[in-house]
Design a protein around this ligand. Structure first.
Ligand code: CO8
Length: 261
């Protein structure tokens, strides 16, 4: 595969793509070259037909300690706005049609927390520390945190986090439903994420793609339009081969052999 400076990329199980942020000297601070590499690695997995789900993680110490403050500190308004600073971050969620699981150990601060929130499923271990400390730097979240964190944990809790810069610890993240599961150790968190990704990758990629698409629509649409959208996509799946494979296998008491068509 391609060698990256700030990432480790592998496929630890059939159907699973694993991307590990690897910039230990800066606690995986998300400098522009790292974000470009991440986009590239995710695009490669997106177009690889053998990959059904992707896991994104960091190190034991840090998922990512935020955008790179040293890179940002001297930017002018024209640099930031004129050059669409961090605009390419949002690519991550818009082009990725395959499920993304984010597995958080250690610090997920600022842009690191926002990146974790871009996952379709988020897991963490008991070492995880989430936070939006931008207020302490004289700015605000800039990669979707104010919107995604608020959707995830509710307005009052998100306001408290964003206005005070106070961190949210793993246990709290579990109780508030910020994450789907809190694992006992960093290794178990990554292994657990890979295991769930393998499970997802074992289903029809057509159905998985549709499932992700309809759930994500719930974040943008009202319930009525959302349910209508779901119904259209559900009906559409009767045009897929895998609907016949799946239901036919059930009726015949056999295991389905997915065609991904
Ligand atoms: N950017 C650049 N370098 C960083 C960052 C960062 N975000 N975080 C850590 N580092 C570097 C440190 O400078 C240090 O480098 P060096 O050894 O050269 O001094 C190295 O990583 C290790 O860090 P520490 O020595 O500080 O490690 P500690 O264990 O003592 O502390 C902390 C860990 C608490 C995580 C601490 O490093 C910290 O507070 N980091 C900054 C966290 C932060 O404020 N993050 C938010 C950044 S702002 C942001 O993300 C904006 C969002 C996105 C969009 C912006 C749009 C405009």
């Amino acid at each position: 595969g391609v060698a990256f400076e700030h990432l480790l990329v592998s496929s630890p199980k059939p159907g699973v793509g694993l991307v590990q942020l690897n910039r230990p000297k800066a606690l995986n601070a998300l400098c522009t070259p790292l974000i470009l590499e991440l986009n590239s690695a995710l695009r490669t997995f997106q177009s690889d037909k053998t990959i059904g789900a992707i896991v994104l993680t960091g190190s034991e110490k840090a998922f990512a300690a935020g955008a790179d403050i040293k890179e940002m500190k001297d930017l002018s308004f024209a640099d930031a706005y004129g050059n669409d600073f961090i605009e390419n971050w949002s690519d991550l969620v818009t082009f990725l049609k395959k499920p993304l699981i984010t597995a958080v150990n250690g610090y997920a601060l600022g842009g690191g927390c926002e990146l974790a929130l871009m996952g379709d499923i988020m897991y963490c271990s008991n070492t995880a520390v989430f936070g939006q400390p931008e207020i302490k730097l004289g700015v605000i979240p800039g990669a979707g945190g104010s919107q995604r964190l608020t959707k995830a944990i509710g307005k009052s809790r998100a306001m408290e986090c964003i206005l005070t810069g106070e961190n949210i610890l793993a246990k709290q993240a579990g109780e508030w439903g910020l994450v789907a599961k809190v694992f006992e150790s960093p290794q178990e968190c990554v292994d657990g994420a890979v295991k769930m990704a393998e499970k997802i990758a074992g289903f029809s990629q057509i159905a998985v793609k549709a499932a992700k698409e309809v759930v994500n629509k719930s974040q943008d649409l009202g319930i009525r339009e959302g349910v209508e959208f779901e119904r259209r996509v559900f009906h559409g799946l009767f045009g897929s081969r895998d609907q016949k494979v799946g239901m036919g296998a059930f009726a015949a008491k056999q295991k389905p052999e997915w065609t991904h068509e």
